[in-house]
Design a protein around this ligand. Sequence first.
Ligand SMILES: C[S@@+](CC[C@H](N)C(=O)[O-])C[C@H]1O[C@@H](n2cnc3c(N)ncnc32)[C@H](O)[C@@H]1O
Length: 108
Amino acid sequence: MPDLLIHSMSEFAELILGALDIAGARHIVEIGAEYGGMTQRLAARAEDVGGALTSIDPAPQPEFLASVAERDHVRHIGAPSLAAIGDLRQVDAWMVDGDHNGSRSSTS
Ligand SMILES: C[S@@+](CC[C@H](N)C(=O)[O-])C[C@H]1O[C@@H](n2cnc3c(N)ncnc32)[C@H](O)[C@@H]1O
């Protein structure tokens, strides 16, 4: 796959969504949204199963914010994951794709 540019986890959406189906996950938390590529797929699935999506990203792109505003079952938390996850309850699955640099201060 020399031409594959892995810009978004949505490249692996079929695999990820299949795993969520097997697990029966209804409330999913996404850490790291950026443009919302994977968010769109997770949001569509959450709607299909009557679930919800919480997406945590302190600095997402405008495209993401616009898509979140259109959906009642999707919530955005504009904070680093470490500041947000302690307040979340009844989460079935976590999708972790935030800071790739391994910094302890911004953990994702
Ligand atoms: C690789 S992109 C996410 C791509 C997205 N998951 C997708 O598949 O389309 C990384 C995002 O993580 C966010 N981020 C960085 N540090 C974070 C943290 N501590 N908590 C939550 N999000 C973080 C950045 O703002 C950026 O938008």
